[in-house]
Design a protein around this ligand. Structure first.
Ligand SMILES: [Zn+2]
Length: 358
């Protein structure tokens, strides 16, 4: 899978810009800069959700959506001797914290710190190994008093991200923290680019939407669904590659990086839109996989589906390895195929489509 140089440059810059939940501004700036030439208009809402519009005057509205935020931590408590205890901002994983370098977003700019951990020597002889828990992981930023921490501009409520950056592995995978779901923002922006470059005209308004605050409860999508009031929404997010060690397929399903986009089946997923996606994949020979979700999909699909008295919505997911770690991996091939599948599906959508089940 070959991506144009400008697309890859954007992806790298976008991923390397931290965009923690509730403070997505810097990432959104990068995203909007890239998207601007491909849309007629760009909007930002009060909480930072951004959307580019093609055909803003059209009555029938279709959303393609991803989420802009990345999981992070909050400074929760600073000890008298300058250690920092944290709480989650999204589903951050305590298991991978020890020995990670961190960026603390302080009032005077970014301060480097580390998640410390007692040496193996000092833990030996203990009856049971202590595992990392939210209550025992801590950040050392080199300060020896609480005052020194505050002098660095670090207070309770500051956000903490990981500085891990983008790279390609074996020409097959993209690797980075926050591929969940910055890769989604990349893919929907690429759809807009393709529509523009291929001079496609759509019989509806297209709202390319990058929502904030997904990781803490789909809040950005909740808000923007009410603002845009779309007729149809197609959401893209990541899902688990379940073929790596220690994952139970009977429970998590069978999805694999490299085998194509994952089409979800769930109550919030509208049959007509989903079947259009499946038919498009078959017609255009785009490989795809199927997955089911009981009750909720846990993605912004639910927020759109449940808004405005029910918006026909569907979910096209990208398989990803090691979700919520700093080494998330996605197959380049799948990224290209998700872009293609969203693009081709949009070309099939007609405002006069029958969307009511009966
Ligand atoms: Zn996530």
């Amino acid at each position: 899978m070959k991506f144009p140089k400008k697309s890859l440059t954007f992806l790298e810059q976008y991923l390397n810009t931290s965009s923690p939940t509730g403070f997505e501004r810097e990432g959104q700036k990068v995203w909007m800069d890239y998207l601007t030439p491909y849309v007629d208009k760009i909007e930002v809402d009060h909480y930072g959700t951004c959307y580019g519009i093609i055909n803003p005057e059209a009555e029938f509205k279709v959303v393609i959506e991803a989420h802009a935020d990345e999981i992070s931590w909050y400074v929760n408590y600073i000890t008298d001797d300058g250690m920092i205890y944290v709480i989650r901002n999204g589903g951050s994983d305590q298991m991978i914290a020890p020995s990670k370098i961190v960026s603390i977003h302080g009032e005077k700019g970014i301060v480097k710190g580390v998640f410390g951990w007692p040496a193996i020597h000092t833990r030996m002889g203990a009856e049971k190994e202590t595992t990392p828990k939210l209550e025992n992981i801590f950040i050392d930023c080199g300060a020896i008093t609480k005052q020194e921490v505050e002098d660095l501009g670090i207070y309770v409520g500051c956000m903490i991200t990981y500085p891990d950056e983008f790279f390609e592995m074996n020409d097959r995978y993209f690797v980075c923290r926050a591929l969940d779901n910055r890769i989604g923002g990349f893919m929907i922006a690429e759809v807009a680019r393709l529509l523009k470059e291929n001079k496609k005209t759509l019989p509806f308004g297209l709202y390319i939407t990058n929502s904030v605050q997904e990781e803490v409860g789909l809040y950005g999508a909740d808000m923007i669904a009410d603002t845009i009031k779309p007729n149809i929404a197609i959401i893209t997010d990541v899902t688990h590659d379940t073929t790596t060690p220690m994952i139970e397929k009977k429970k998590e399903g069978d999805q694999k990086c490299g085998d194509g986009p994952v089409v979800f089946f769930a109550p919030s997923v509208h049959h007509t839109i989903r079947e259009l996606i499946v038919k498009t994949a078959k017609d255009k020979k785009i490989p795809f996989q199927r997955a089911a979700a009981s009750r909720a999909t846990g993605t912004d699909t639910d927020a759109f589906a449940h808004s405005n008295g029910g918006v026909p919505s569907a979910l096209i997911s990208l398989p990803l390895r090691y979700m919520h770690t700093t080494v998330e991996m996605v197959a380049k091939e799948d990224v290209g195929n998700v872009i293609q599948l969203i693009y081709e599906t949009l070309l099939e959508i007609k405002p006069e489509m029958k969307l009511k089940y009966h």
